[in-house]
Design a protein around this ligand. Sequence first.
Ligand SMILES: [Zn+2]
Length: 167
Amino acid sequence: MYCPFCRHPDSRVIDSRVAEDGTAIRRRRSCPECGRRFTTQESVILMVAKRSGVTEPFTREKIVRGVQRACQGRPVDEDQLAMLAQRVEETIRARGLAVVPSHEVGLAILGPLRDLDEVAYLRFASVYRGFESLDDFEKEITALRGRHLDEPDDDVPAARADGKHGK
Ligand SMILES: [Zn+2]
């Protein structure tokens, strides 16, 4: 590995340690030519296996592109999409596998997307899970409403305030 300061073609490892989450190794290196120190990181390149059998490297950009269409016209910004992609990557890396089937990547997207925007989630889920009828949507919407009831801070109290659900 070239020294990033003087381009000397060799460097000496002076310390190796596993990163906090256990998915990478960091090496502290020293250049024998200029004496400066730098750090390198080694991690497994996460591969995604598509249904066709082709594998390709996992990238957050692909996750963002994959959900962007579902988010069209929704109040979702780039930072939120980047955060979502990060959550997806963390979920997948936590499995500790070098190759992950693409449908598991899709599954890992569903939760964070639901938290981000429910309409985008419905759009994405309808394609990903292959919704074929209104019933499929209805079931999913019922499940989403059920989640709202479980969250006391959500808009349920407001609905009660208008009297419709009062005693
Ligand atoms: Zn150097």
